[in-house]
Design a protein around this ligand. Structure first.
Ligand SMILES: [Zn+2]
Ligand SMILES: [Zn+2]
Length: 140
């Protein structure tokens, strides 16, 4: 455990083979690495893409995640063409795996939040989560 959350540290050290998929199962995800960071995003693009009040994803180097099946994409956001589930996003050399696509809950805790100026008022505080009003400051 770290006693302070930063953008590039994960709260949990354990790694296990994790699987995920879209709702119909045609697109699959296999992960055997620890995420670089786990973030929530409240920006309007993420909200609209997911149809959800916020976006949650674990970020990896692209080659650290095995993706099976065929996706369609819109502005780097990849979804299953059959069932429409949004499974992951590609941003530069990174892949953002949506926490909701994982087969098991409670694998990782978010350690940062972006675009908090759009954050829902009813959403409670999340422990050890750094908040930014807009984008994450450039740091790797
Ligand atoms: Zn599907
Ligand atoms: Zn966003």
């Amino acid at each position: 455990m770290t006693d302070h959350a930063t953008a590039d540290h994960t709260d949990t050290a354990q790694t296990s083979d994790l699987t995920g998929s879209c709702l119909c199962g045609a697109v699959t995800i296999n992960i055997s690495e620890t995420p670089k960071r786990i973030g929530l995003c409240h920006c309007l693009d993420c909200r609209k893409h997911h149809g959800a009040a916020f976006y949650a994803a674990a970020v990896f180097e692209r080659e650290q995640v095995d993706v099976g099946g065929t996706t369609h994409s819109y502005q780097g956001r990849h979804f299953c063409p059959t069932c429409g589930s949004s499974v992951y996003a590609i941003s530069g050399a990174e892949i953002e795996v949506h926490l909701g696509a994982l087969d098991r809950a409670n694998q990782w805790r978010p350690n940062y939040e972006l675009w908090c100026k759009n954050r829902e008022d009813w959403l409670g505080d999340i422990a050890k989560c750094v908040r930014w009003q807009e984008n994450r400051p450039a740091q790797h």
